[in-house]
Design a protein. Structure first.
Lengths: 416, 416
């Protein structure tokens, strides 16, 4: 393993022991202090970012990728605001979720505690450096950040500012660290940092997430891939159904909780297909339809099997007709990624059956899939949407960045 | 990947879809049915077990290993009783842990659901086959079991009986499966069954657990390794301290929550070391002491550095004198495995400091570490004690074998 990682791992463990016992008030002061310092150091951050941008342009990087890399006054301000918002949220650490008194008199409580050291592997957005630091510090976790090589100057400049804010308040600067070696080797080695890292979170595209899930021996939380469906039942209120489908597809097509496939009950194919396709067309959505859909909406592009599995993240929608609710559930079970799934129906039993049968992080009746989000759920800031079943499923908010321990108050009990 | 595993993985997914929606009453009927069938088929089980025993003896297997492999009337009865006890416990699946009404009218509930398919890799005890099946079926999970090659005849015979009980009640027999290929390859391949397995639990010795943690790309829950400490503060009630230390060491030395090291505050070294060592000696415990301990108790064997890290699982106790609570915490943080740790003290602030500073699944004040156990905590049957920080920490009971999903009731909400 790279020397740098071992060293950072050791320092992070030390910082985690410090963070385990600091108060919420102290952590919040660091967060607001860091917010102020980010704004004060705007020029320094933009200068460092400029080095990254120049290097990227030299390497012929452009378009959306270059845009993600860029910092400006607004983006620095929003990093700072993010930290202030975190300071204002309640701290989950220390909460005793439950406490029981056992027959032998033992008081057994389950208390939320920090996880310890969290590693984050991400791509080119430098704002992740401040966001991830904020979420982890708020929950008492030390962080080892490994961002993309294109953003290294920006990340190190942000790091300096964050560490100054920590030291200001008597915290160890090592509570947040950035891995300077951005080779493939450093990413691979991070995935094997058992004993140093308690959790590794990949933030980025599908490729990055897959690589981390397959290669990490450190526990991973998988976030973000969403092939989401809206199923319109024959007993749906069709007006609601169109509004929900259009919102799920077009409100923000590039995010993981946007709908990618619309399933339509055969019983309403004749009126509903042209109506919904027209509404989609007005929003600039390209339809990829099965045979029936193409018959009712000739402008549709015939769908191939690949379309059912695709996360377009774009103004494209696959549309398929199904014979029943069970057929819809089967389609979702086969092609879905377990993120967000919706049924539109006025039938009570079908609504309940859909909720019970569909295996996903969030299952909706008569609402847009776009609500799967930490703020919309009322949890506040999040680090992503978990699509795995262990530890946390759905929005990964502050609570999900904690572990628990049992605290037991006795008065001399021994086991008979 | 082995064909057998792919096939079993597919069947398990089918069974998991069935199990997702069955009622608790139906699952309980299968459990009690299986209990009865195990008892009725006693002879068949003992015959199959006999084949394993004969083969093991031919391979020169003996002692504790051979004993673990053995079935007899009592052990079959206790497998059956275990299933009946599970049937009597409340079913966590379906519980809505919380439900909030958001400002836009969405009702967002968090509901306990089965995890899906759980793989279990274990060693020679055939009773794990029935126990793991019971815990998983109760929580609506399908199971793929990969036991040790020495127990294959026993495991397949138990499997037959369990599958008969499933089919009896209209359940798919594939809800529980045993991997017939018991080569190293089948264990290795199981660790890569992403997409088929949602969770992999290793049950067995430290070597097995380490191998699975390091090589599995399927999420793992780590159980069982416990290097547990009792710290006796200078302000302890020494009588309580002796009772607790002796209980933690000797009540059942072979289990993971038994104490392995006793830390003694230097302030009470003179009276306490001889007193506690005498009590331990009366129970046949060998003392491995640091210099001070050896001075006060000359019968002690001088401890080496290895002793602090050792999980003896035997009537051996490492004893060390520390200068302060913080030194005790540092020792525990360095050598402990995050399982169960206890302080004995009458000082309020020290008790609270120990609870806050020690990072372990269960932290005790004035009680024996032996209480870290599903039944003692009031949770009922468990599959092990988790020492990791994600998903579940401490006793892995029925609740810990579930995931959650968000169920959302809307009336046409779209995101603005």
């Amino acid at each position: 393993m790279l020397e740098e990682l071992i060293e950072k791992g050791k320092k992070a463990r030390g910082a985690a022991a410090f963070l385990r016992t600091v108060s919420s008030a102290e952590k919040n002061k660091v967060l607001t202090g860091a917010a102020g310092r980010l704004e004060i150091n705007l020029d320094r951050l933009l200068e460092a970012n400029h080095l990254d941008i120049v290097a990227a342009e030299k390497n012929d990087i452009k378009g959306a990728f270059l845009d993600r890399l860029k910092l400006n006054t607004g983006r620095v301000k929003s990093m700072a605001d993010g930290l202030r918002e975190l300071a204002a949220l309640p701290d989950p650490v220390g909460e005793v979720v439950s406490m029981v008194k056992r027959p032998n008199g033992l008081m057994i409580g389950k208390q939320r505690v920090p996880i310890g050291v969290i590693g984050i592997i991400y791509e080119s957005r430098p704002n992740v450096t401040a966001d991830a630091f904020g979420l982890c510090l708020k929950t008492g976790n030390a962080t080892v950040l490994r961002g993309g090589k294109e953003a290294i100057h920006s990340n190190l400049a942000i790091l300096d500012v964050l560490q100054e804010a920590l030291v200001d308040r008597g915290f160890p600067g090592d509570a947040v660290q950035v891995v300077e070696n951005t080779s493939r080797e450093s990413a691979r080695d991070m995935m094997r940092m058992n004993g140093y890292l308690d959790l590794l979170i990949p933030r980025g595209g599908q490729g990055l997430i897959k690589t981390v899930v397959e290669n990490s021996s450190v526990p991973v939380i998988e976030t973000g891939v969403g092939n989401c469906h809206v199923f319109v039942d024959n007993q749906a209120d069709q007006e609601k159904a169109i509004a929900i489908a259009v919102n799920a597809k077009t409100h923000r097509p590039g995010v993981c909780n946007a709908a990618e496939t619309l399933l339509i009950h055969t019983g309403i194919a004749a009126p509903f297909i042209p109506a919904v396709c027209k509404a989609m067309a007005e929003k600039g959505v390209e339809i990829r339809g099965d045979e029936t859909v193409c018959r009712y909406w000739p402008e549709a592009v015939p769908a191939t099997k690949d379309d059912w599995a695709k996360e377009y993240l774009d103004l494209i929608l696959a549309v398929r007709v199904v014979g029943s609710l069970d057929e819809a559930v089967q389609h979702i079970s086969r092609y879905g990624t377990g993120h967000s799934e919706a049924i539109v129906t006025e039938n009570y039993s079908k609504a309940q059956a859909f909720l019970a049968k569909v295996d996903a992080a969030a299952v909706y009746v008569n609402a847009s899939t776009r609500f799967t989000d930490g703020y919309e759920f009322g949890f506040g800031a999040e680090i992503g949407i978990s699509t795995q079943k262990l530890h946390a499923r759905g929005p990964l908010g502050l609570k999900e960045l904690t572990s628990t321990k049992y605290i037991i108050y006795g008065n001399g009990q021994i086991r008979e």
